[in-house]
Design a protein. Structure first.
Length: 557
């Protein structure tokens, strides 16, 4: 969806009075309307009714507040699509106070809503009977509200378009570290118009990576979540034709030592919009990825489309067949999980903090992002003499025998489920608040890491080292009474790099994606940004395309 954000109005006008300059008038805030920049439509069929597509427009007043009590008017100008497209309000998402004519749809409301999507309008658009393949027009949406200017948005509507259908790649289901497999990508244009360029996208988890490097490809590394590679290929990709990689520019997929249960989502986008701020093309290798017409022996099959395929936006007539995915399992993969503990210190009455969790020493990255299950759980037993006063999100209190407990504070034991990703090296910790109530000689708790189990944890099936899964947890009680609370530092290595991997139904982790172009197939040549398929449309929940972001610096006190 193309968001066009206008600049704030220029400095206010100044007037002169008796030789003195009057103060400048305050500029009105500019509120942008957001909506798609383009939409392709299936031409009117020989029989049956025309297929409708959804258009969504919204007023984005983030940062401008809701202090506009006057009437908001949104006008959809249809004059330039007359005879080309039929447009109506979506009855499934009705709005009050709207009027419709052959040339415009006008909707009014009193003031701007603070509810997300509360200032939007939803339309259904389809090809009009008699429209010609390739014909195009424009829908312009304007807004007006007292006290602000509204930046309009225009959607180019085209009858017909490319329909790129991706062929299936069938790699080995079980692989070994260092193994390479051919990636013979191919697609067919089953639409009514050519694509003038295409973006091939490979979205791989951490244990898989392309071998080759081409100047018209870029790569965005997401750390333990893997990397996304996008290759922009110019040309004319005609309706009724199939295309494959040139023999001079093959693609191979390598299994790395970080592999365990990995996946690759691959797809193609017609006529991708250029990424904002994309770097100019540079020659790094002198090689470019090239697509050629497929031979008659090459077929693009229909089976095994990726489940929940993400929509690719508004440039493909049928975005549901633009991508696929496959999974592989690395034979002999290992990941050494190590408990991360702490030894805070204080006097009786002090409240201290302790960062407790685990570290994946690898080499395999545990990635359960697609399934959503926890990559690891920490079972934390509190030492005698301290009382938990602050429970981090993602952790739940249990009784000493592991049975459920309603009261969350002051429990003797806690289960902390991590997120679905366990990257290598960086510790994943939860920060507990603890009050030192009394000194107990020899008091010792523990931190144990493993797979979630009914009784707490069990050793990960691929963890070859059981000796470091449990570590002692102690609180050093100093002599004397405390004058004021004092916090302790975690004894875990590199505390500044500690991350919270807590994920629960109510948890909200701090998430950031590791960026930067690095690794194979990466260059600065392609002006199309990574995650082209996702950027052009919504990501389906639980589907093959996901934004696997690495959890960083999220301490939930």
């Amino acid at each position: 969806m193309d968001k066009r954000i206008s600049l704030m109005a220029a400095a206010g006008l100044a007037t002169l009075s008796l030789g003195a300059a009057a103060p400048a008038l305050a500029a009105e805030p500019a509120i942008p309307l957001s909506g798609p920049s383009a939409q392709v439509l299936q031409p009117y069929p020989d029989s049956g009714t025309s297929k409708e597509r959804s258009l969504r427009y919204d007023l984005d007043h983030t940062g401008t507040g809701t202090g506009f009590p006057g009437e908001l008017t949104v006008t959809v100008d249809l004059t330039k699509v007359a005879g080309l497209a039929s447009v109506r309000l979506d009855p499934a998402k009705p709005r009050p106070n709207c009027t419709t004519s052959a040339t415009a749809i006008v909707c009014k409301q009193q003031g701007l809503s603070a509810v997300p999507g509360g200032n939007g309008i939803d339309l259904l658009v389809s090809a009009a009977q008699g429209g010609k393949n390739g014909a195009s027009g424009e829908i312009t949406v304007k807004g007006a509200v007292a006290g602000a200017s509204v930046t309009p948005v225009t959607t180019k509507v085209t009858l017909g378009g490319p329909d790129l259908h991706v062929g299936e790649v069938r790699p080995k289901a079980e692989v070994t570290a260092g193994e390479q497999q051919d990636l013979p990508l191919a697609f067919a244009n089953r639409g009514t118009l050519p694509a003038r360029s295409v973006a091939l996208e490979l979205d791989a988890t951490a244990g898989l990576e392309p071998v080759e490097t081409y100047d018209n490809c870029t790569r965005q590394d997401r750390g333990g979540a893997g990397a996304t590679t996008v290759c922009l290929v110019e040309g004319e990709f005609l309706p009724g034709e199939s295309y494959q990689l040139s023999p001079d520019s093959p693609l191979h997929l390598k299994t790395t030592e970080r592999a365990y249960r990995d996946s690759l989502r691959y797809g193609v986008v017609p006529d991708p919009a250029p990424a904002q701020g994309a770097p100019a093309a540079k020659t790094a290798t002198g090689k470019r990825l090239v697509l050629v017409k497929a031979s008659a022996a090459v077929t693009v099959t229909d089976s095994h489309l990726a489940p929940g395929a993400a929509r690719t936006g508004n440039t493909d007539l049928n975005p549901d067949d633009n991508q696929r995915a496959f999974d592989v399992t690395a034979k002999g993969a290992t990941a050494d999980f190590e408990a991360v503990t702490a030894s805070p210190a204080g006097k009786e009455g002090d409240t201290v903090t302790a960062e407790l969790g685990f570290r994946n020493k690898g080499p395999a990255v545990i990635d359960y992002v697609r399934s959503g299950q926890s990559a690891a759980r920490t079972d934390i037993v509190m030492p005698a003499g301290v009382r938990v006063t602050d429970v981090p999100r993602g952790c739940r209190a249990v009784n000493a025998d592991g049975s459920d407990r309603r009261e969350q504070l002051g429990a003797p034991r806690y289960f902390c489920d991590g997120g679905p990703l366990a990257d290598v090296s960086a510790p994943y910790t939860h920060t507990f608040g603890l009050k030192i109530e009394k000194a107990v000689a020899g008091a010792k708790g523990s931190v144990t890491v493993g797979e979630p189990a009914a009784a707490g944890t069990r050793l990960h099936a691929i963890d070859p080292v059981a000796g470091n899964n449990t570590a002692a947890f102690t609180v050093d009680v100093k002599a004397g009474a405390s004058a004021s609370p004092s916090a302790s530092a975690s004894t875990s290595p590199s505390p500044s790099a500690s991350v919270s991997a807590s994920v629960s139904a109510s948890a909200s982790s701090s998430v950031s994606a590791a960026g930067g172009a690095s690794g194979n197939l990466a260059s600065t040549g392609s002006p199309v940004g990574p995650i082209a398929l996702g950027a052009l449309g919504a990501v389906a929940a639980g589907g093959a395309l996901y934004a696997g972001a690495r959890r960083r610096s999220g301490r939930h006190a």
